[in-house]
Design a protein around this ligand. Structure first.
Ligand code: PLP
Ligand SMILES: N[C@@H](CCOP(=O)(O)O)C(=O)O
Length: 526
């Protein structure tokens, strides 16, 4: 992408430690009295609630891990999960322990993490809502994380000591008041800022789960020397950060010259082994799959269904942030297509376990330059054709052969979902419009906002529909695209919402003239 001369001068470079195992905990008890509730087992995995002690304050010499250890329940954990073939027929018996290293089913299809829903159903929706609410805003290990605050639904069997977490999640659900009013005549529009996160994207949500499980496997002496991924920049950043925190080697395959400088420097700084490969993301993905089947390198892309268990918590969080009410619409930018399924799965679990009575309709938004799902949708879900994706400012979704295509199609069909697309000009304009109302979003979020513009214009989304746009990465990772846009340095793009700096002499009169001109152009607020 071209860089700007304009910018050269000015812009250089409860007691949540244990499961309160009982059916109807009083909300007041959970919120106001720090009572530790544990459970005993009769040896048949039947649990009986008992209240134990009032939690003493943390001793200053203890870490939060020590503190959690002191308060850990010794009772039998009634929850479990395993791998099963994705969308398996009801008579399928194929399944694998999460401690096995397996990414594909026997028939070569995708896998899914299946939870013991009967065990989870022994507690009603009110119980789970209260439990999850009681853990928000604390530093208790590991529940200070938005992912691990839902541990029973994520990786129920992992030891808290094996968890590698940066207290990710609990991201801001931003009321886009001015953007909604000014550009869409909407009053209930929200942006879920998943990119305001440890490494600047939603990938942290899945990576904490995957790297925690790797940590466990390594302690079990399973053959995992390192963890590897192919990436358009965000998966690699998250993988390298979580591996560095745990002291685990990470290996990342990046398509040469196709990711932003800010993304490239993240794994470099975190000490990953970085391969810059002369191909696109799909080429890197093919290579990492081949390599991980030959070497003791654990695959960290979302082909590995563990990742989606963490990512689904963003959906649960949205419901929680709306006091357990489902919005009408959730719009998610899609590339490798794991996230759209993760959102569906999070919403669906909340419905099945009685936390909400319905789920939102999902919209998956793709860049027109990398739109295999959109074309598939438009063909009435006839045969899917992978493509070679072209360059897009939404570089993290420049993917032509998404590994989770089956998951995405399933999710969209189940929730009466829609697929939309955004041209380069549309996505860049939408990003600039959002930024002009106080956000600082990434181009992928611009893709999602374009889908919203189109669906509002078609009357599919109504002005009062509660709508959430998922912002997937921090705008600071993509500043070059913003510099190019505001410099009007993009060939064949009008850059209608650009706001270049005004060059002015260091002279009082000249500055006054410019300012008077500017103020005159602004409407006086009544
Ligand atoms: C910033 C950003 N947004 C959206 C996506 C799309 O997510 P998914 O690949 O799960 O569809 C990705 C990665 O692909 C991403 O890095
Ligand atoms: N945008 C992704 C692409 C890979 O997706 P994944 O979810 O399968 O890891 C990235 O940042 O690498």
């Amino acid at each position: 992408m071209a860089s700007s001369s304009l910018f050269n001068a000015s812009l250089s470079p409860l007691n949540p430690n244990q499961h309160p195992i009982r059916r109807h905990p009083s909300p007041s008890l959970l919120r106001h009295r720090p009572v530790a509730i544990s459970c005993t087992s009769d040896g048949n995995n039947n649990t009986t609630p008992i209240e134990t002690s009032v939690k003493p304050p943390r001793r200053t010499e203890n870490t939060i891990r020590d503190d959690a250890r002191l308060h850990r329940s010794t009772a039998v954990n009634p929850f479990s999960a395993r791998y099963v073939p994705f969308n398996a027929p009801p008579n399928s018996t194929e399944h694998y322990s999460l401690d096995e290293i397996v990414y594909r089913s026997r028939s070569g299809g995708l896998l899914d993490v299946e939870h013991d829903m009967d065990a989870l159903r022994r507690f009603d929706g009110a119980y789970w809502r209260d439990l999850f609410d009681s853990r928000v805003g604390k530093s208790t290990w590991p529940y200070g994380s938005g992912v691990w605050s839902k541990k029973e639904w994520v990786l129920p069997e992992i030891d808290d000591d094996d968890i590698v977490s940066a207290f990710e999640g609990n991201s801001n659900l931003f009321w886009a008041e001015r953007f909604g009013k000014q550009f869409l005549e909407m009053n209930d529009l929200w942006v879920k800022h998943c990119g305001i996160s440890h490494t600047g994207s939603f990938k942290d949500l899945g990576m904490t789960v995957l790297v925690s499980q790797v940590n466990r496997l390594r302690k079990m002496n399973r053959p995992v020397v390192g963890v590897g991924c192919a990436s358009t920049g965000d998966t690699s950043a998250a993988l390298s950060a979580y591996c560095a925190a745990a002291g685990i080697p990470s290996i990342v395959f990046l398509p040469a010259n196709k990711i932003s400088m800010a993304q490239l420097v993240q794994p470099i700084a975190n000490g990953a082994f970085v391969l810059s490969i002369d191909t696109d993301f799909d080429g890197c993905m093919k290579l990492i799959r081949e390599v991980t089947s030959e070497l003791p390198i654990y695959l960290a892309n979302s082909l590995n269904s563990l990742r989606l268990e963490g990512q689904k918590t963003a959906a649960i969080e949205i419901l929680q942030q709306f006091d357990w009410q489902a919005p009408e619409w959730v719009i998610v930018p899609g590339g490798n297509l794991g996230n759209i399924y993760a959102f569906y799965k999070g919403f669906k679990m909340c419905q099945e376990l009685g936390l909400v009575d319905r789920i939102p309709r999902l919209v998956c938004a793709q860049a027109a330059n990398a739109n295999p799902l959109y074309l598939h949708y438009k063909s009435g879900w006839k045969d899917f054709k992978p493509m070679t994706a072209s360059t897009t400012f939404a570089s993290a979704i420049q993917i032509g052969d998404p590994v989770s295509i089956d998951r995405a199609v399933y999710a969209l069909k189940q929730c009466d979902g829609i697929v939309e697309e955004a041209t380069e000009e549309e996505l860049m304009d939408a990003m600039a419009q959002a930024d002009s109302t106080g956000m600082f979003i990434c181009p992928h979020t611009g893709v999602a906002l374009t889908a919203l513009f189109k669906l509002r214009k078609q009357g599919v989304i109504a002005p009062t529909d509660r709508t959430v746009v998922v912002s997937t990465a921090h705008g600071l990772k993509f500043t070059q695209s913003k510099v190019d846009y505001h410099s009007k340095a993009i060939p064949d793009m009008a850059c209608r919402f650009s706001n270049p700096p005004v060059e002015v002499k260091a002279d009082f009169g000249a500055v006054m003239d410019v300012l008077k001109n500017y103020l005159g152009s602004q409407k006086l607020r009544s």
